[in-house]
Design a protein around this ligand. Structure first.
Ligand code: SF4
Length: 319
């Protein structure tokens, strides 16, 4: 099959747009969507040569963060308004994170991007191997790990004086999260997700935390993987031995089936979600930040007296 835009052979067909694309036009298409996202989210607005923004990229070594780092580096390496720094979280999972950290180091070295690693063991005095072995609260590993990672990403981004924190979430990730949030029936959760990481910057109402951004959120997962393959970007492809997220797995399967039968479903989910969240966000505005306080143990912002991370750490250390 020929490329829709030229005489080259196509390497991909995207049913949601009806296009066959050759490798050059596919690469252009991915990069154009990321540039468009950076522009429409107002990410560079306000940054100047005299007062550059510091963008911290969460780099796990997986395909999404590797592709995001490459694209941002290629777009902004010569732009004096932005400084890029990579941040890797080491959860302490033997045989898994050690390898992906090596890939992250190679990636950032090859691009000349400063790279900092923050670990659960240095910051919290525990690691995930110990958490899983003790499991004091009888939760799955990801319930602990997600709380620890969010806390450490904020802490690391703060220490690195970040203006914005970037993650490599793609269209599949975000449409799954959106669908799961809808299914939870918790509208405040939808507005929180939107305000913290999806809203265009001029309309952000969440100001207490370092703002997050997901410039790959318009790109389907398969296209992120193909981009990495075509551009020969090395990434770590291993699976975490503690991964359990059965609800997300079910939603993933459901959305992929819907996408097969109705191309464009993922884009529609996100378009409707963002419009709904924008409306809901103003409704929840009054009680959003007023309920935040500092954790009495570690000083993190939380809605409880003691933050969830400290509750988990204390429970593990008590065993
Ligand atoms: Fe942590 Fe779960 Fe991710 Fe493993 S799969 S790194 S336990 S959140």
């Amino acid at each position: 099959m020929k490329c829709t835009k030229c005489d080259q052979n196509a390497i991909i067909f995207t049913p949601y747009s009806g296009s066959h694309l050759c490798s050059d036009h596919f690469i252009n298409s991915v990069e154009r969507r990321v540039r468009h996202r950076i522009r429409t989210d107002g990410l560079i607005k306000g940054s100047t040569e005299d007062s550059p923004s510091r963008w911290v990229i969460g780099v796990s070594g997986g395909k999404d963060s590797a592709v995001l780092t490459h694209i941002l580096h290629n777009m902004l390496d010569k732009d004096p308004r932005v400084q890029l720094i990579a941040l890797t979280i080491n959860e302490g999972i033997s045989g898994y994170r050690d390898e992906s950290i090596e890939v992250s180091k190679q990636l950032t070295n090859s691009l000349g991007i400063a790279h900092k690693i923050f670990s659960y063991s240095d910051e919290f005095g525990i690691d995930m191997d110990e958490v899983v072995q003790k499991n004091p609260l009888k939760l799955n590993a990801c319930s602990y790990c997600g709380v620890f990672r969010r806390n450490l990403l904020d802490l690391g981004a703060n220490e690195l004086n970040a203006n914005k924190l970037f993650t490599g979430h793609n269209l599949d990730d975000e449409s799954q999260t959106a669908f799961m949030n809808f299914l939870s029936g918790d509208v405040s959760r939808i507005t929180k997700h939107f305000d913290a990481s999806l809203a265009p910057f001029p309309q952000r109402t969440e100001t207490a935390f370092i703002p997050r951004s997901k410039p790959l959120r318009d790109i389907p997962e398969k296209e992120v993987a193909l981009y990495a393959y075509v551009k020969n970007i090395p990434f770590y492809d291993g699976d975490c031995p503690y991964a359990v997220d059965s609800f997300r797995g079910e939603v993933r399967k459901l959305i992929l089936e819907l996408e097969d039968n109705h191309p464009g479903t993922r884009h529609s989910i996100m378009a409707g979600y963002e419009e709904f969240a924008t409306i809901a966000s103003s409704h929840y505005q009054s009680n959003k930040e007023s309920s935040l306080q500092q954790c009495t143990k570690c000083g993190s912002l939380t809605t409880q007296k003691i933050c969830q991370k400290c509750v988990f750490v204390e429970a593990v250390k008590a065993v």
